[in-house]
Design a protein around this ligand. Structure first.
Ligand code: SF4
Ligand code: FES
Length: 249
């Protein structure tokens, strides 16, 4: 199948970017978006043109490294699916695609489709350590966690840190991302000692580097992990709790 592509090309963080037009004549419905870009790059290399830079690692939807904007939608048209798992067969009758980086002021373009998402790392770094006894493995029933809490914690832990929520948010807020981390740790006894400090410290980075949350809900629409809006509520709740607890934890 023939796909006409408009792909964002930008030589560096301080360079002006522009869309370049390409055609891939031998795309197949089984191809993922990244495989389509691989195919395009094969062509470009054969023509002596610099290939399109983009990020990927696992290509299985678990690492969060991939992330491009397809026809104005972070990750692409298939809901709850990261860019690496977006397959052309799910796009319907497609003959034209516009691919650009995740767009957010807090994610400067490094080159082509690659953006600097280190602001998300700074949120995680601010969260710091979790107190666990690193000795021998404890008895399984020493720290009791209800089945429902364990399941919910795992649901929040599914966040892959891709940053699509930030790119989709008109405010550039990272509340869904931070809330998924805060919520999953708050549900488990491990790390309870640092719960308040963690929320206060991560909140400071959110305030300094990201926009505020106005509950638009665009974030959940593009989240490949299906983190619900309660993740955003968790950010507010944990920060409020951390504020009132003061230095108690
Ligand atoms: S909350 Fe969803 S969209 Fe945001 S970083 Fe995590 S997985 Fe990506
Ligand atoms: S490459 Fe790992 S989630 Fe897409």
């Amino acid at each position: 199948m023939r796909i006409e592509l408009e792909v964002w090309r930008q030589d560096g963080p301080d360079q002006r970017g522009r869309f370049a037009k390409y055609v891939v004549d031998d795309a197949t419905p089984e191809m993922s978006l990244l495989e389509l870009l691989d195919r395009l790059n094969d062509q470009l290399v054969a023509q002596g043109i610099e290939p399109v830079q983009f990020e990927s690692d696992c290509r299985e939807g678990v690492c969060g490294a991939c992330g491009v904007t397809v026809d104005d939608r972070p990750h692409g048209p298939v809901p709850k699916t990261p860019s690496c798992r977006q397959h052309l067969r799910a796009f319907g009758e497609v003959s034209r695609l516009r691919i650009e980086p995740l767009r957010s002021a807090v994610f400067p373009v490094v080159r082509d489709l690659v953006v600097d998402r280190s602001a998300l790392d700074r949120v995680i770094r601010a969260g710091g350590f979790v107190a666990v006894d690193a000795g021998t493995a404890p008895d399984a029933d020493q720290l009791l966690v209800t089945h429902d809490d364990a399941e919910l914690a795992l649901d929040y832990a599914a966040c892959i840190g891709c940053g699509a929520c930030v790119a989709a948010c008109p405010n550039g807020s990272a509340h869904l991302f931070a809330g998924s981390k805060l919520a999953h740790l708050a549900l488990l006894p491990h790390g309870a000692l640092e719960r308040g400090r963690r929320a206060r410290a991560m909140g400071k980075v959110l305030d300094a580097e990201f926009g505020p949350c106005s509950s638009y809900g665009e974030c959940v629409e593009v989240c490949p992990a299906g983190i619900p809006l309660t993740g955003v509520a968790a950010t507010h709740r944990e920060r409020l709790r951390g504020f009132f607890r003061g230095k108690a934890d």
